[in-house]
Design a binder for this molecule. Structure first.
Ligand code: IPE
Ligand code: IPE
Ligand code: MG
Length: 251
């Protein structure tokens, strides 16, 4: 446990919602001469660490990009291994999530996932529904543009049915039709592995999110790296388009 780093955290300025693009498993494995799959296994350990830490320090929402819509185009064996790993993760973690008051949910086009995984997702979501300490959201078969398109379709259908006037569509209503309708927007987005891109993640929701990029590969991203990211976030001034004087007057 990194007592020193933990002590530096300002409990009043914690991000309420942290989102992470967990990248670099394949490169981590290749550098050690392992198969890419081994990198994903090691990455699952980083997931466990970060989930536990969020609950302990009091981050309310954690959203993890685990599998993108584009990732379906990877070699079938890798996709299969990722699905297996996901199934195992859910099976192994469900009891601990219940015990630790973690509410689990998945977002994305879940209908594309194997039926067995879909069942596990439903079960895990139901079993953990009462969790109040942390909401853990896994983005699976997720694409930000697709999420926006499906929201537009839902709204268009309501208009067609005569339940909604086009003028009634505002940002609030639009956001209510996204997968993330029950989540606040992320305060902090972390991307590992030295890539400086969003890769179709939470395109709508990241409008005013603080971005943090690190060269660390996801399997090496553990407690110290996570705490460093939170500390970096706490050193920033968020202005939301206002002047610093205005922000200070609000405090
Ligand atoms: C992230 O690691 C995991 C997924 C995208 C599923 P990668 O598998 O993308 O690892 P790199 O980027 O090839 O190193
Ligand atoms: C983004 O990583 C998706 C996930 C972490 C699940 P990728 O490795 O798929 O992204 P690109 O291809 O580098 O943009
Ligand atoms: Mg990658």
């Amino acid at each position: 446990m990194n007592v020193m780093l933990r002590q530096k955290l300002d409990p009043d300025r914690l991000p309420r919602h942290v989102a992470i693009i967990m990248d670099g498993n394949g490169r981590w494995a290749q550098r050690q001469g392992y198969s890419r799959i081994r990198g994903h296994q090691e990455g699952a350990e980083s997931v466990r660490t970060v989930v536990r830490l969020c609950r302990e320090i009091g981050v309310g929402y954690l959203t993890l990009y685990a599998f993108s819509e584009e990732n379906w185009q990877r070699p079938p064996l890798e996709v299969q291994a990722l699905m297996q790993l996901l199934g195992r993760y859910l099976q192994q973690e469900i009891a601990e999530m219940v015990e630790n008051q973690i509410a689990f949910q998945a977002i994305g086009d879940l209908t594309k996932l194997p039926a067995r995984i879909q069942r596990q997702l439903v079960e895990t979501t139901a079993a953990t529904a009462g969790g109040r300490a942390l909401t853990l959201t896994l983005a699976l078969s997720y694409g930000g543009r697709s999420e926006i398109v499906q929201a537009a379709r839902l709204l268009a259908e309501k208009v067609r049915q005569g339940q909604l006037a086009p003028e009634a569509i505002d940002r609030e209503l639009f956001a209510q039709h996204l997968y993330t309708h029950d989540l606040p927007d992320p305060d902090l987005l972390i991307r590992t592995s030295g890539e400086y891109r969003i890769s179709n993640f939470l395109l709508w929701q990241l409008a005013y999110t603080e971005l943090y990029f690190t060269d660390t590969l996801w399997p090496d991203f553990r407690e110290e790296e996570f705490l460093e990211a939170i500390l970096d976030y706490q050193r920033r001034d968020r202005r939301f388009g206002l002047t610093q004087d205005q922000i200070e007057a609000q405090l």
